[in-house]
Structures are given as C-alpha cells and as structure tokens.
Write a protein that binds this ligand. Structure first.
Ligand code: NDP
Length: 478
C-alpha cells in the first residue's frame, strides 16, 4: 500500500507531526537527510503505519498520487538571493515528482520566500502550500494551529489531513485556508509578533509585582487566578507554572535564577520590518522586540546601572488592589497589541488582495498555538459583527473594555514610571490608544517645522483639503 502522506525532516517538529498524522489513520512515509535519524525514529515506534525511506527516490515512490509531501527542515532564507535547506530539498524533489503533486513547506519560512517558491513550483507544474505551523513540539504532536497559504484548489486536497491533525476548539479545527501564495506564512509571522507582545506584557506585569515586594509564590497565584478569568491564555498559564517552579538543586525559584538575557529567532524583527514597510504602527510588538534586544545587552546594563540614576522604588498599598490594576493594564495593552497586529494583517492583506478573514484567523489561534486564549473568541465575534471593522479597538466589546480599564491602566503606567520600572510595552500601548483617539495631534507644529526648513508646504484647517500653503518664515542665523 502506498502512503497517504510523506514528511521530510525528522527533527523535533517533523517527528511529532508524523506521529500526529499517523494517529489520525493515515500511513506516513518519512525521510531525513541523515538516514540514521529515520531508522531510529521508526524503530522507536513499532506497530505504527510508518514507512522509512533512505533515499528521496524511494520516498517519492512510496507515496500515493497526487503525492502530498510535507517538508519540515531548517528554514533560514530571508533575502531574494538566499537559498536554504527548504530550497535544497525542493530542488532534489522536482525531478522525481509528477505534475499535480503537492509540496508543503511547514517550516517557519519568510513569506516572501514562500511566494518565490510558489511561483517557481507552479512553473514546474507542481502545487505548493506554504503553511505556518504553531504550537511547538506539543502542538505538532497533539494538534497545532495551522496557517496554510496557496491555491484554494490545493487546499481542498489537503483539507482532510490538515483538519484532522489540527487542534480543535468547540469542535472546530484550528486551520483554515488563509489565502493564496505567502498569506499563510505571513499570518504565522504576525502571530509570532503578537506572541512577542503578549510575552513582554506579562513580563512587565511580573516586574511591577516584583518591585512591589511580591514573592514568586504570590506572583504564581496571581497568574494562576488570572488563568481562571477573562485573561485565560496559554502564556498566562505557563507563567504561573514557571513562577511556581523551584530549582531542584537550591530550592530557590528557578525563574529568579535565570539570566535576564532574552533570545530571539527573528520572526519578531521580520514583523517590525514589515510594519515599517507598510506604514502600520505596531508599537507594542515593537517595544517587545526592542525589550528583548536591550535585555541581551546585559554587560552594558550592568555598567550603566552604576552610572545612571533613577528614583528609589517605593510601592506600598494594598496588594490585591495593585493586582486588579495591573490586570487591567495588561488586558488593555494586550487588546492594543492585537489591534495593531490585526491592522498590519489587514493592511497587507488588502494591498496583496489576499481577501483575508480576520475573524476566522483569530478563531484558528484559539487552540494549538502559543497565543491561544479565551479572549480570541471576542475578536472573532467582533469581525463577525462587522467584517469591515477599521480597528479592533472600535468594536463595541473592546471599546467598552478599554473605557473600563483605562483608569487603572494609566495608574499602572504612572506608578511604574514614577518608580523607574521600565514598562515599554504597557506605555507604548497607552500611547497608541491616546494618539489614535486624538482628534488633533501636534503634527500641525511638525508640519510648520517641515515647511520652515524644507518648504514642504502644509494644509490649513480653515481652507479646503488638498490645498497646500507655504509661509515665508524668518531667516534663522547660526
Ligand atoms: P530544525 O529547524 O532544527 O531543522 C532540522 C532538520 O532540518 C533536520 O531534519 C535536518 O536534517 C534538516 N536539514 C537541515 N538542513 C538540511 C538540508 N540542507 N537538506 C535536508 N535536510 C536538512 O528542526 P525543527 O524541528 O526545530 O523545525 C523545523 C521547522 O519548523 C523549522 O522551519 C522551524 O523554524 C519550524 N518550527 C519549529 C518550531 C519549534 O518549536 N521547534 C515551532 C514551529 C515551527 P539532518 O538530521 O540531516 O540534519
């Protein structure tokens, strides 16, 4: 019997995806460049419907047509001229495949690279899907959130397998056809940017509690409690668990023993670059990426901590009240972060004519992926009520939420600022909210400055739009 599905790349993600696909009743052929990895993997799972292939020829021959080949190898290509392991595998596959066979890249590929591959494989008569797969190892095994992009007709062929392996929430699979070409990997990239925002916001809440003298156990309880309420999410849940964790050797809180230098693989930075290219403000995600960058400059921070002064931290008062205030600041900031991320998806989707459904995208993030959270339901509802929503903040539920939380949000940002506790993502979110709702910003003065030094001209409030004026400003000497 020929296999229903083939997977290339048996590292952690590939192995877990294979076990997931096999567990849904499909026979899976597997191939890995280093063949010992293939043998060890298959030997470790006796009795399963797995076919080990030692060459790509063998692998391709073992698959039923149209072949469905999922590549899960290291992806590094970003620039047009870059070629990575995914390209290497594709090149080796091309001469072995038949017209209409389907190649899926399930790695974290950059969406423009996906678009290049989509065009290239179409020229060869092959079908291509660029699918973002979120949820790490556990998601891959038990059910990830999958964001596939490519032709709708190819999606239809893949749908039964993808829907059966995806996470399920309220009986609905966490996978939809996102859109053509690079749309799937694009949405996965923004998902990762949003993930950066969520993580940084949680860290800022933690930092305030720490400054207010909470023990790690007290903080763990706060996050565990929040995980029972409107802010229920995977990231809140693991934060509570991480704070509870004691080091086996010393008995101390493991979190407090971890060096405060954050790593990153690049998807957050890609999101920033993309936002800049599209002139979309994603200040919360921006702050989150920059916070990781600053954290990594540990030596410089240690040196500066002895040179640059700040206020003495003095946070007193009722702890329960502080918890409530920080809850509101975190929730409101999170809403802003999603509003920004979705604005970026919407803007790019429109310019690319991808015809994206933001509500359904939010719905597939409810399970399987790192940003899974209860409140995503509210985003889905908001777009279901109004698909043309210009900004998430303006949906009735979120408008009301921002109105109810803002006093506490402002107090938390003030408290942190007065105590010299950095809250770049909380304050970036608040700055966005206040700028977005401002009928008049100080950009009038900015336009005056531009006209002053560069004769860039300006429009007037008392003249029709589209008429441009210039002032003969006085000459400045020196
Ligand atoms: P890695 O990114 O570490 O990739 C290792 C795999 O790539 C191995 O199977 C390796 O084969 C293969 N490989 C590397 N170079 C080549 C090449 N030139 N030709 C053929 N095969 C090659 O594995 P992961 O499982 O961590 O991730 C796979 C993909 O999934 C990546 O794109 C990653 O970004 C993405 N991803 C990962 C997540 C995670 O949590 N790890 C989450 C979501 C997505 P060999 O054994 O021969 O070296």
């Amino acid at each position: 019997k020929k296999s229903d599905f083939g997977l290339i790349g048996l590292a952690v993600m590939g192995q877990n995806l294979v076990l997931n696909v096999e567990s849904r009743g499909f026979q899976v052929s597997v191939y890995n460049r280093t063949t010992s990895v293939t043998d060890e993997f298959v030997a470790k799972h006796p009795g399963k419907a797995l076919v080990a292939a030692h060459t790509l020829e063998e692998f391709v021959q073992s698959l039923a047509t149209p072949r469905k080949i999922h590549i899960m190898v290291k992806s590094t290509a970003v620039k047009d001229t870059d070629r990575d392991a995914v390209d290497a595998v594709i090149e080796q596959l091309i001469p072995l495949l038949d017209q209409g066979d389907i190649v899926i890249d399930g790695g974290n590929s950059f969406y423009q690279t996906t678009e290049r591959r989509d065009t290239y494989l179409a020229e060869k008569g092959l079908r291509f899907i660029g699918a973002g797969v979120s949820g790490g190892e556990e998601g891959a095994r038990k059910g990830p959130s999958i964001m596939p992009g490519g032709p709708a007709s190819t999606w239809e062929v893949m749908k039964p397998i993808f829907e059966s392996i995806a996470a399920k929430v309220d009986g609905e699979p966490c996978v939809i056809h996102i859109g053509p070409g690079g749309a799937g990997h694009y949405v996965k990239m923004i998902h990762n940017g949003i993930e950066y925002g969520d993580m940084q916001l949680i860290c800022e809440a933690y930092n305030i509690f720490k400054a207010a003298g909470f023990t790690t156990d007290e903080m763990a309880k706060v996050f565990n409690d929040w995980n029972e309420g409107d802010m229920q999410s995977y990231l809140i849940q693991i934060t509570g668990k991480a704070l509870e964790q004691k080091d086996a050797e010393t008995g101390k809180s493991i979190v407090e023993l971890i060096v405060d230098k954050a790593g990153q693989k690049g998807t957050g930075q890609w999101t920033l670059l993309n936002a800049a290219e599209n002139a979309v403000v994603i200040s919360t995600i921006n702050a989150a990426v920059e916070a990781r960058i600053l954290s990594s400059k540990k030596k410089a921070r240690v040196a500066a901590s002895k040179e640059l002064t700040g206020p003495t931290v003095n946070i007193t008062g009722d702890k329960a009240e502080l918890v409530k205030k920080v809850h509101d600041a975190l929730y409101a900031s999170k809403v802003i972060s999603y509003a920004q991320g979705l604005d970026l998806i919407k803007t790019t989707g429109e310019s690319k004519k991808w015809n994206l459904d933001l509500g359904r995208i939010a719905a597939i993030w409810r399970g399987g992926c790192i940003i899974r959270a209860r409140f995503l339901n509210k985003i889905t509802e908001a777009y279901r009520e109004n698909a043309e929503l210009s900004n998430l903040m303006l949906a009735p539920f979120f408008k009301d939420l921002l109105s109810k939380t803002q006093q506490n949000w402002r107090e938390v940002v003030s408290l942190a600022t007065l105590n010299g506790i950095p809250v770049p993502a909380f304050s970036a979110s608040l700055g966005y909210y206040d700028s977005y709702r401002a009928e008049r910003l100080p950009a009038n003065l900015l336009q005056a400055q531009r006209d002053f030094f560069g004769a860039h001209t300006y429009e007037r409030t008392d003249k029709p739009e589209g008429q441009f004026f210039h002032t003969e400003w006085p000459e400045v000497i020196g």
